[in-house]
Design a protein around this ligand. Structure first.
Ligand code: MN
Ligand code: MN
Length: 267
């Protein structure tokens, strides 16, 4: 068997748990096109050639339909990558996929923290009757103890229920209004990074299902990823919605984020 790449992409073309607009199922294909495009080279700003042999592989897409077994397939797909000693970089899909991904991550990593970038906490106990909505994955993750520490960054949609949930689960919430460019996040444990692209201001990434003005810039997000003091053992980039982006910019932003994540994950 050929040795696995250090980091391996896994696509989950799934958006059936979206509460508002569909479209993130189109994202893995659109982001791969941007990653592979001859219009850019594969080098990250961190000096990593993500197109060099053995650096960044691609395991293809999980067969993603709207059945409950879909979550089991995502968990099994990530577990298979971890068994090959490669670090998974999962492309959503909507944010509901992060819960099954974390089930696999946690069984491999007894010590694990999560660094989560998002406009939303995604901590709803249930949303419109669905406990597996993309508004709920971090409630499921915290209930099951799938992380030692959850740090959320860029949040700007807190309501009373979500404040209560954040308190109940001892989530460290860094609201967008308090963003500090000088802050570098630091973790003792290995870290899983989850990037919901709606953390960005819609001016930079209009192709998301829930546009929330007042977000960070692409540069601020990249800087946060480049400066985090931690070993990054897994990541996802979710909620890219090409159907909401008439100029086709957002998959390119996602690809840029992916390259910088890969650079950090080969450390
Ligand atoms: Mn989210
Ligand atoms: Mn969001």
């Amino acid at each position: 068997m050929v040795a696995a790449a250090r980091v391996t992409l896994l696509g989950v073309a799934y958006d059936a748990s979206s509460s508002h607009r569909r479209g993130p199922a189109l994202a893995p294909r659109a982001i791969r096109e941007a990653l592979d495009s001859g219009a850019v080279n594969g080098w990250s700003e961190m000096g990593c050639d993500t197109r060099a042999p053995g650096v960044f592989g691609d395991a293809g897409d999980i067969a993603a339909d709207a059945s409950p077994e879909m979550r089991e397939r995502v968990e099994a797909g990530v577990a298979a990558l971890l068994a090959r000693e490669t670090r998974p970089l999962v492309l959503g899909g909507d944010h509901s996929i992060t819960y099954p991904v974390l089930r696999a991550m946690r069984s491999r990593h007894p010590r694990l923290a999560i660094l989560h970038f998002d406009a939303h906490t995604d901590l709803y106990d249930e949303f419109e009757g669905d406990r597996h909505s993309h508004a709920c994955p971090f409630a499921r993750i915290m209930e099951e103890g799938l992380t030692d520490r959850l740090v959320q960054v860029g949040i700007r949609t807190l309501n009373a229920h979500q404040r209560e949930q954040a308190k109940r689960f001892r989530v460290e919430v860094h609201e967008m209004k308090d963003w500090d460019d000088a802050r570098a996040f630091a973790f003792e444990q290995p870290v899983y990074v989850s990037v919901d692209l709606d953390v960005l201001d819609p001016a930079f990434a209009p192709g998301v299902s829930h546009r929330e003005p007042g977000g960070c810039s692409v540069r601020q997000l990249l800087r946060a990823l480049q400066t985090v003091r931690a070993r990054i053992v897994g990541a996802d980039v979710v909620e890219c919605n090409p159907a909401q982006d008439p100029v086709g910019l957002t998959p390119w932003v996602a690809a840029k984020v992916v390259r910088e994540l890969v650079a950090r994950m080969v450390d």
